[in-house]
Design a protein around this ligand. Structure first.
Ligand code: ZN
Length: 330
C-alpha cells in the first residue's frame, strides 16, 4: 500500500533519487511560483511541502509586544511593552509622546528616597448627599477600586538627590484629578510640612478642576491652597509647579498658577475653561496649539517646557539654585 502512494512522488533518476511533485510532471503546470516560493522542495519532508494553490503561511517568531503586557500609544498607536514604557519614563519611543503617569509612579520616580506619606488620615465626606447619575460615595468607591488610591492627591516627602523636599501629585484617573476638600486638606498639610521644615514644595498638577460633587466646599479649597502658598512665599520657601496634561478649572485658577516657577510637559493642555466652551463664547475657531504648553510658553504663562527625561535634573537644579546651594550648574 505504501509503495502505491509513494510511487508517483519518487521517480528513479539515473544520477540520484529526486523527489518530484506529481503536478510538475504535467505539461500545463502553472502554479509553480505559489507552490515553491524558493524553487526547491528537495529535502523537505512531505508534511512541510507546500500544497499547490494554497499560500504558505510564514511563521515568524513572536515579537515582544505579542508576548508581554503592552500599552498602545494614544498619539502614534504603536504598541509598547509596559517594561519599555517604564524604563522610558512613560514617553513613547516612537513619537516622543508623553503618556500619563499615575501620581504614585510619578513621586516614586522623582524621589531618590521616600521618607513618608502625608494626609492618609483624611477621607471624603458627602455633606451635600450629591447624586448625579450615581451617588457621590459610589463614585468614590469606584475611583478607589480603579486606582488603588484613597484620593486624587498623593503627598510624599523625602530626598531628591541631596535635597530634602515635600512633593505632591494629582492622579487624573481618580475622578479626573478633581479637587475636593480632602485634596485641599492634603495640599495644605504638604505646604505646612514644607514651611515647618523650610524645604521646597514641588507639585505635579493634572486636574479637571474643582469637584462638583462637593459644591462650595471644593471651591473653598482654592482660597485655602492659595493662602497656604502665600505663607510659603512670605517665609521664602520655594514652590515649583509642573503642569502635566491636562490642568483645568479651579486647580489652574489656584495652586497650579501660584508657583515661583512653572514648568510644563510638552504638549500638555493647560487652561481654565475648555477649548470648546471658549469657542462657543467668542464664536471663533481656535486652532492648535491653543492651550498647549508651547503656546502658553510663548505667551508668558509657563516658564519652560521640559521633556520628561530632563525633568528631574531641571527640578533639582532650580531647587538647588533657589536654596542657594553652591557648586550647582545653572
Ligand atoms: Zn507614540
Amino acid at each position: 500500500m505504501s509503495q502505491l502512494v509513494d510511487k508517483p512522488l519518487i521517480m528513479a533518476n539515473n544520477m540520484t533519487d529526486t523527489i518530484i511533485k506529481p503536478d510538475m510532471t504535467t505539461p500545463n503546470h502553472t502554479e509553480k511560483s505559489n507552490a515553491e516560493p524558493n524553487g526547491n522542495t528537495a529535502g523537505q519532508s512531505w508534511f512541510n511541502r507546500p500544497i499547490p494553490g494554497i499560500k504558505q503561511q510564514l511563521t515568524a517568531p513572536l515579537t515582544a509586544v505579542e508576548t508581554e503586557p503592552s500599552t498602545k500609544c494614544s498619539n502614534c498607536h504603536s504598541m509598547i511593552t509596559n517594561t519599555a514604557l517604564i524604563f522610558n519614563c512613560y514617553v513613547c519611543p516612537h513619537c516622543d509622546h508623553h503618556l500619563p503617569m499615575s501620581a504614585r509612579e510619578r513621586l516614586n520616580w522623582l524621589l531618590d528616597q521616600v521618607d513618608g506619606e502625608l494626609g492618609q488620615q483624611f477621607t471624603a465626606k458627602d455633606p451635600l448627599r450629591f447624586v448625579d447619575s450615581k451617588p457621590y460615595p459610589q463614585r468614590m468607591t469606584e475611583a478607589q477600586d480603579k486606582t488603588g488610591e484613597s484620593e486624587a492627591l498623593i503627598v510624599m516627602y523625602g530626598k531628591l538627590r541631596n535635597l530634602d523636599i515635600v512633593t505632591c501629585a494629582f492622579d487624573f484617573r481618580f475622578m479626573g484629578g478633581s479637587m475636593g476638600s480632602v485634596v485641599g486638606d492634603r495640599f495644605v498639610q504638604a505646604a505646612e510640612k514644607a514651611l515647618a521644615d523650610k524645604v521646597p514644595l514641588v507639585c505635579f498638577a493634572a486636574s479637571g478642576g474643582a469637584r462638583m460633587q462637593e459644591g462650595l466646599l471644593s471651591l473653598m479649597q482654592m482660597a485655602r491652597t492659595a493662602a497656604a502658598i502665600e505663607r510659603l512665599r512670605i517665609a521664602g520657601v520655594p514652590y515649583i509647579v509642573i503642569l502635566t496634561n491636562p490642568v483645568y478649572g479651579g486647580v489652574t485658577a489656584s495652586l497650579a498658577m501660584l508657583g515661583d516657577i512653572h514648568l510644563a510637559e510638552p504638549k500638555a493642555m493647560i487652561g481654565f475653561a475648555g477649548k470648546r466652551v471658549i469657542e462657543q463664547t467668542v464664536r471663533e475657531t481656535l486652532e492648535e496649539p491653543f492651550q498647549r504648553a508651547e503656546f502658553l510658553l510663548e505667551h508668558g504663562v509657563v516658564d519652560e517646557v521640559v521633556h520628561r527625561h530632563q525633568m528631574i535634573d531641571t527640578i533639582y537644579r532650580l531647587l538647588a539654585k533657589l536654596s542657594c546651594m553652591p557648586n550647582v550648574d545653572a
